[in-house]
Design a protein around this ligand. Structure first.
Ligand SMILES: [Zn+2]
Length: 588
């Protein structure tokens, strides 16, 4: 059943099979541990399998490649997968693929998703709960990757960034612990994506500096850029890629979706060709403009190829790790939405860029010597105009919360005698309480404001700090998912779940960050030696990504991972069986 050949779903077909895994459940998984037909070698698979009937473990890969595509909902594969002919095609044709990968946390933000993929843990544990949060003491925003203790490397006055706020170790750390000779490298367009994906202490993480458009790192990782990064000529390449503007790579500009959708972008520049001058008018410089075109990810592919060609990845039997974070998909998706002609072209071009990475891996590491996993940090909500929802301004929620506090102060004398809290919004409502305000009063204020916000038609529910800081998740819809995203110092006092289709957003385009399926469901595909192509209907939580890759590389993982406990451990065994024929003598 698992090994049925892959055919891309025709565009526009319903995703019914994607959900079948939920229904099939654990029984089917356990049954398949025994029946998985991975002992049958095929012509494409020169790797001889040992001992038919036994658990099959192919030779340990020399290199594990994690490809995280920022904002790639499963729907992208369902709708446009049939178009792809390059690297994405190869992933779908040669991999074990599920389109029911699932982020089990509610805060579907970039930093949270990447760190979950890296650590095998929920944001509650790894601490990358959001891209930014509000510091209640300093009353200012904290960027998830900001670290004043380090210095930028590769640019004079860049932002000092590191994974200092990442509270647990990840794949790179496990690889290094297994053998310090391991090479562990992360490359990506967006700082928080590649930093989250690369764990606490990889050899190197490199991202594209927003202002200068240069590849940079920080002293957290290294004091100088290695030659493969220092040699990369971004400025010349960026001008070459963007010089003629952005036109469609393949096909008719009005197929498979109409190009002209007025809710997109600035509601003026919504059609191809996107002229360089318009892109520059929007973003200022070539370096900034390229991020929100597919060419930002072309630069990432260039660097990943250079890392494979010129670095020491996969050259000996000590397993190495390469993390690649593509993020132009996210910038384009935010601006034009997931159903835009622009996003179709962005994936057409990613397909071509990924083919170049596969070629480099085949040539320099060897076709049967690496494992590549492709997935995403989160999905996305369609443009609210298409999703039947409304755009909620953060300021509306702040005003409602302030009104609720004022109302409480009118009716409650004890509260009225206390200093009034300040209110701010960063992916939720934060209160700045004076130290004199006792806990019971804080809880009362939060409860009153939550009640007021719940009365809005565009709000589905509100969870308070008090509900989420208990030992067990609230027993309401999304309670468990929100609980998994919650950190008492970092998360807001009021966690707002908008009504389905609505978004809290103060810019054109769309976003993610909600607990609805379109923000949480992502593809997961694994390609490698001994892995039989199969499209499975398995429901695979993304906390299982890191432990699976560690298992395939024979690297030990912490015993307290979700993948090692309870029903999640059973799900992990089922998925590991679907991918590799069982847990075997892997690293656990
Ligand atoms: Zn995003």
């Amino acid at each position: 059943m698992l090994a049925r050949p892959i055919r891309p779903a025709p565009p526009g077909t319903s995703p019914r099979w994607a959900w079948a895994g939920r229904v099939a459940g654990i029984g089917a998984l356990v049954a398949c541990v025994a029946c998985h037909p991975s002992t049958t070698a095929t012509a494409d698979d020169p790797q001889p399998h040992q001992d038919a009937g036994e658990t099959v473990t192919a030779a340990r890969p020399r290199l594990v490649v994690v490809v995280a595509v920022d904002q790639m909902p499963s729907r992208i594969v369902e709708r446009y997968g049939a178009r792809w002919t390059g690297g994405l095609r190869r992933v779908l044709d040669e991999g074990v693929v599920t389109l029911d990968g699932w982020h089990r946390h509610a805060g579907t933000f970039t930093a949270a998703g990447h760190a979950t993929l890296a650590t095998g843990r929920d944001p509650r544990e790894h601490g990358f709960v959001a891209n930014r949060w509000w510091d209640r003491d300093a009353w200012t925003e904290v960027d998830v990757v900001a670290d004043p203790e380090v210095k930028p490397v590769g640019v004079e006055d860049g932002r000092p960034l590191s994974p200092v706020h990442l509270l647990t170790e990840g794949l790179a750390d496990w690889f290094e612990a297994a053998d310090p000779r391991a090479h562990t490298v992360g490359v990506g367009l967006k700082d928080r994506a590649v930093i989250g994906l690369s764990g606490r202490h990889p050899d190197l993480a490199v991202w594209l500096d927003r202002n200068t458009g240069r590849w940079v790192t920080s002293t957290w990782y290294a004091d100088a850029l290695p030659p493969f990064v220092a040699r990369a000529e971004v400025a010349r390449r960026a001008r070459e890629l963007l010089g003629d503007g952005w036109t469609v790579l393949r096909g008719d500009p009005d197929e498979p979706v109409p190009d002209r959708v007025l809710a997109e972008a600035d509601r003026v520049h919504v059609t191809f060709p996107h002229r360089t001058k318009d892109l520059l008018a929007w973003d200022g410089t070539v370096e900034a403009a390229i991020r929100a075109t597919p060419f930002g990810d072309t630069l990432v592919a260039d660097l990943a190829v250079a890392a494979v060609e010129q670095g020491s990845l996969g050259r000996d039997d000590v397993p190495d790790l390469l993390c690649v974070a593509f993020s132009s998909t996210d910038y384009v998706g935010h601006r034009f939405g997931p159903d835009s002609r622009e996003i179709v072209d962005t994936y057409d071009r990613l397909d071509a860029d990924l083919a170049r990475l596969f070629d480099a891996l085949d040539t320099h590491v060897g076709r049967d010597r690496y494992v590549l996993l492709l997935t995403s940090d989160h999905g996305v909500t369609p443009l609210p105009e298409h999703a039947g929802g409304r755009r909620i301004l953060p300021s509306e929620l702040v005003a409602d919360a302030e009104r609720a506090v004022a109302e409480l102060r009118r009716t409650d004398e004890a509260i009225a005698r206390l200093p009034q809290p300040r209110v701010a919004y960063r992916d939720g409502v934060y209160f700045g309480f004076d130290a004199a305000v006792p806990n019971e009063a804080r809880a009362k204020i939060r409860a009153a404001a939550a009640e007021a916000l719940r009365r809005r038609e565009d709000v589905a529910d509100v969870f308070t700090w008090d509900e989420l800081s208990g030992a067990a998740p609230p027993k309401r819809r999304f309670g468990r998912a929100v609980f998994r995203s919650f950190h008492p110092e970092r998360s807001p006092d009021l966690w707002v779940v908008p009504a389905k289709g609505s978004l809290v957003i103060d810019y054109p385009g769309t976003t993610h960050g909600t607990p609805y399926a379109w923000d949480r469901q992502v593809p997961i595909a694994v390609v490698g030696p001994g892995i039989e192509p199969a499209r499975t209907a398995l429901h695979v939580e993304t906390v299982l990504v890191a432990p699976l890759l560690a298992h395939l590389a024979g690297v030990r993982t912490p015993s307290d991972l979700p993948a090692a406990t309870g029903s999640t451990a059973r799900a992990f065994a089922g998925w590991a069986a679907a991918v590799s024929g069982g847990l075997g003598d892997g690293g656990r």
